[in-house]
Structure formats: C-alpha cells, structure tokens
Design a protein around this ligand. Structure first.
Ligand code: GDP
Ligand code: GDP
Length: 435
C-alpha cells in the first residue's frame, strides 16, 4: 500500500492541473471514482523510486459560496483521514482569500505533514508576491507552477522524505489474499463475522501504519488465506456523509492489495454502477473475481429465480461472464463455506500455468478449423502459442500478420481457452505477436 498525497484547496487554485502533473504520463491508471457527488480523481505515481497515490479531493467543491464551508470541511477531513501528506494549494494571482484562511485553520489540527504550496508562480516576479502567504501561519511554503512543473521537484523531494519507510515485513507473504468488496450495507461485515465465528486459529490482526485495512489470517476449512477487511475500518470513520466515497476508496485500495475479490451485492437491490466500477477495477488489476449475491434469504423464490438472477448479472458483466456467482445469506450462514471454497478455486485458476505443449496441442487444431478471417486476400496463420511468464494468465499467439487479427477473433480465442483450461473468475490477456 503506497503513501497517499491529498490535494486540498479552494476551487481554481490549480488542483487538477497539479494532479495531472504529478501523475505525468500515467493518466492511463487514473481512476475517476464516479457515482458519488462528483468525480474524484485518484492515481498512482512515483518520485525517485518511491511510489505514492494522489487524491484530488477537490471534486467536493461545487463552487457556490453558501455550501462552501461544509464542502471544504469534508474535503479537508477526507484528506486528514486518508492521506500520508497533504498539499494545501493556494493561488499567487489571487492572494490570500477567506477560504484559504479557513482551510488553513482546518489543517492546523492535523499532525500529518501539511505542505503549503503557492501555485501559478510562473515567473520570478511572482516569487516576491508569494511572501504574503507567510501570514497564514505555516512556517514554510513552496512556490510552484503546476502548469510548467517548475518547483514541483523540490516539493516532491520534501514530501517523500516524510513518508514512513515501508520497512514493514508482510508476515503473510505468499499467502492468498482475499478481499470482500461492495457497496455499504450489502453484508460485508456480516460475512466477515460469519467467517470469524468460533475461529480459534486466527493468528493476527494487523492494522499497519501505511496499511489501513485490517488483515486477518484464516486457517479454516482446510485453507490458509488472508482476508483483507475493509468494512470494519470504514465503520470507524466520523465522516458519515462520505460513506459511499470511503467505501469506494477502500475498495480500490484493497483490490490492489489482493489476489481475489469477492464482489458482494445485495439481492434486494440488484446490480448498480458502483458494482460495475469494482468489477472494472478488479479486471484492470487482473484480480480474480467471485460475485456473491447476498441476502438471498430475503428473496421470494420461485422456480428459476436463481437462474434468472444469474443471467441478469451475466448480462451486466458481459463480456467477462466466466465468473462464479454464489447466492448467500451471511446471516443464516448459507453458502459461507462455498464462498471461501470458490474464492480459493479462483486463486488457483489465477496462478494456473499451462504447459506450452498442452496449450498448442489443444489450441492449434481449434485455430486450424476456425482461422482468423482473411483480410484483403491475405491469409492469417497462427503458428504457435504460449503462456507468458507473468503472474496472472496472459497468452501470446504468434502469427504472420498479427495486426489483422480483430477483437471478435480475440474473444473467440479467449472463450476457447476458458472452455479448455480452468480460468474461471480470472481476467486473462491475449496478445497476437509477429512470428
Ligand atoms: P482546481 O479547481 O483547483 O482543480 O483548478 P484547475 O486545475 O482547474 O485550474 C484552474 C485554472 O488555473 C485553470 O484555468 C488552469 O489552467 C489555471 N492554472 C493551473 N495551474 C496554473 C499555473 O501554474 N499557472 C497559471 N498561470 N495558471 C494555472
Ligand atoms: P456492510 O456495510 O457491507 O459491512 O454490511 P453489514 O454486514 O453491516 O450488513 C448491513 C445490514 O444487512 C445489517 O443489518 C445486516 O444484518 C444485514 N444483512 C447482512 N447480510 C444479510 C443477509 O444475508 N440477509 C439479511 N436478511 N440481512 C443481511
């Protein structure tokens, strides 16, 4: 889990400009956490080899004065709760405003490192003007231009120097890591508790410094795995209004940290955008996925209800439909064991290594009988395939004209791989390369 830098400040000081600069060319992995009040930005970067995550909490501020106080308070609380370091951004061209003073007052209470950063100092002339910000009562300020990037290097040097060294040794190194993700109230804690019950073999709960989820080692059901519990942490927060955002943030971070994601939904509420976000994230980070439809006890069951539900979800998650779907009741403990068993199976699938000889033996005849469609009279021949030596299943197919192989054929190959090798619940990657 990397350190987090949060950007706070009133609207238009340049937070999103600085955010983009800090992430440089890494936009590709920026997540807009949608579905809340505003889109919020979250992305990963590094400086001098030290990884960090940046959150632009600025999304909260809608700009209208009367709601400002409340919004800015939330923004700052979020930063204070979540961040390892806070960048408090102000604007030299505007000078000190009342809003800046309020932010400054709110930040005075935290013991986290706060960096007062005067932005839009695009030239040396403006350096002198920046001096007025001393009156905010923060000992030191930095001058930068988010637009050109000047000054940001020195700032980052000092910020990463405050990060606690991650000399944390993972006592669970090498064990499967499972997280239960989902919207608030779907039943994550209830499932966690059901798993915990009568458990005598729990070794440790770890709430580390930079790791803010609780990790519990389970030796149960004949399995040994680490459960990353985000639900418990979330309940601790004071900022109830931000519950949804918190749960999304936590989900993102625990997903990154795990091998398999149990995506829990509430049977009485169905599938929503946030569930889709979690699924996308899991796919993007190539994590194993198990979908759990909880509160199944509340659903009136007629013939085919289950099948109907299953199809409904598969339609939503297409094309990644090779995902186990389990119907549980965390309160009655129905299929709690099955959930763990399935998650462990998916873990196994995700670690699967298929011998090259076996892969070719199965796939080449399939490809031969259904080759990629020829384009402009050119025949495309796939000669050979292999699983790449990556941590999660990725495959390379070598062809004479790989650039002519289109998406539908790729999907066909993926389906065939899934039919022939156990890869259920695992996002896979297929590449066509020049032979
Ligand atoms: P936010 O509302 O705090 O996220 O602010 P934005 O990043 O959207 O920036 C507000 C405005 O300030 C935009 O027009 C930016 O182009 C401009 N801006 C941001 N950084 C700089 C800078 O370093 N110098 C100058 N001159 N303008 C900047
Ligand atoms: P979390 O926010 O996802 O951790 O959700 P909780 O575990 O706190 O559950 C929210 C509410 O749903 C609580 O009142 C639980 O008792 C209830 N709940 C959880 N699982 C089930 C279930 O399987 N069936 C029913 N009927 N209620 C459940």
């Amino acid at each position: 889990m990397s350190n987090i830098i949060a950007l706070v400040g009133r609207p238009n000081v340049g937070k999103s400009t600085l955010f983009n600069r800090l992430l440089q060319k890494r936009e590709a992995i920026v997540d807009s956490v949608a579905g809340v009040t505003r889109d919020r930005h979250y992305g990963k970067s590094d400086w001098n080899g030290i990884d960090f995550t940046v959150i632009d909490t600025g999304g909260y501020v809608v700009g209208s004065e009367d709601i400002f106080e409340e919004e800015i308070r939330k923004q700052v609380e979020l930063a204070v709760d979540e961040a390892s370091a806070i960048i408090f951004l102000v604007d030299v061209t505007e000078g000190i405003t009342d809003m800046d003073k309020e932010v400054s007052n709110l930040l005075r209470k935290t013991d986290k490192p706060v960096f007062l950063v005067v932005n839009k100092v695009d030239n040396a002339m403006l350096e002198t003007e920046a001096m007025e910000f001393y009156s905010l009562g923060i000992e030191k300020y930095y001058t930068i231009s988010g637009m050109t990037g000047s000054g940001t290097g020195d700032l980052l040097d000092d910020i990463v120097a405050t990060f606690k060294e991650d000399n944390y040794v993972d006592p669970f190194e090498g064990l499967p890591r499972i997280t239960i993700a989902g919207r608030p109230n779907v039943g994550k804690s209830t499932l966690t508790n059901a798993l915990l019950e009568n458990e005598r073999n729990i070794v440790t709960n770890i709430a580390g410094t930079t790791r803010d989820s609780i990790e519990t080692l389970y030796e149960k059901f004949g399995y040994k795995f680490v459960l990353i519990d985000t639900a418990g942490m979330r309940k601790k927060t004071k900022v109830n209004e931000n519950l949804e955002f918190y749960s999304v943030m936590r989900s993102i971070r625990s997903i990154e940290d795990s091998d398999v994601v149990i995506l829990m939904i509430d049977a009485t509420l169905g599938w929503e955008k946030q569930d889709m976000n979690i699924l996308f994230l899991a796919q993007k980070y190539r994590k194993g996925v198990v979908i759990v439809v909880n509160k199944w006890d509340l659903v009136g069951k007629e013939t085919n209800t289950l099948k109907y539900f299953e199809n409904f979800i598969k339609e939503k998650i297409a094309p990644f439909t090779d995902v186990p779907i389990i119907f549980t009741s965390a309160v009655t403990k129905q299929r709690v064991y099955k959930t763990v068993e399935t998650a462990m199976k998916v873990y196994e699938n995700r670690s699967r290594r298929i011998k090259t000889s076996k892969l070719n033996e199965i796939m080449l005849p399939i490809i031969e009988s259904t080759p990629p469609p020829s384009i402009k009279g050119k025949y495309i021949k796939i000669k050979y395939c292999t699983q790449l030596p990556t941590r999660t299943p990725q495959f390379a197919f070598f062809a004479n004209l790989p650039q002519y192989i289109k998406e539908p054929y790729k999907r066909f190959i993926e389906n065939k791989l899934r039919q022939n090798f156990e890869l259920t619940g695992v996002p896979i990657e297929i590449y066509f390369r020049q032979k």
